[in-house]
Design a protein around this ligand. Sequence first.
Ligand code: ADP
Ligand code: MG
Length: 254
Amino acid sequence: MTSIAPASPRPADPIIRLEQVSKWYGQFQVLTDISLSVQAGERIVICGPSGSGKSTLIRCINRLETVQQGRIEVDGIDLTAGGRNVDAVRQEVGMVFQQFNLFPHLTILQNCTLAPMRSRGMSAPEAEAVAMKYLTRVRIPDQAHKYPSQLSGGQQQRVAIARALCMTPKVMLFDEPTSALDPEMVKEVLDTMISLADDGMTMLCVTHEMGFARSVADRVIFMADGRIIEQAPPAEFFGQPQHAKTRQFLGQIL
Ligand code: ADP
Ligand code: MG
């Protein structure tokens, strides 16, 4: 007699999966054997010394960089297979850079409507409605008709976040989004990120804002020399860092 096994609860597939990823710039190995799984809704903070490969790692996740070894999947799409997969993934992954990267010759509204019109085939009125929704969300709808240079750094970074959200991404990547800001503008950007996290957005944030890490992250990842050295929930990561390099790093920034 065979019996049918009851359906056992299975953890959902991760939305991001890296398997033994390695990358070189010429002779220089920038990433070594990186394996990482991120579940939908997870908030990850990545920290580590300058030059440790943090930017390279997250740039690989929307294929701004290619890798020579290993496998990267985003929402089940194999990025390392190339081809049309790249466009598919770019639409699902929003990215916010240290230097905002807004188009200077376009208004705030045009910055936000460009990609949805080009890649999602939205009409102008449709894209504008979406843009205004997210500009309202980041609390700057009144700036829509200005140009980036007319806004403060904090406002520009909030536009960059709104612009990414207009594509309704499944994942948001942040690469030191507050590092280029004057200190008084850091909070408004972190508050925007916290509100995204509260809404359940899957986020990978490279940041040295350890207050943000403590209050928002599900997991903190520490990188050094192109490797993931240590990862843990924030209480554990800050309370009992295991690795000497982690302790040294935390000693320098806290
Ligand atoms: P992090 O973001 O942690 O500061 P990066 O990922 O920017 O680190 O860089 C990791 C290492 O790779 C650094 O040593 C950097 O000089 C090197 N690197 C980054 N981009 C390139 C590139 N395009 N060509 C060659 N080397 C690079
Ligand atoms: Mg970097």
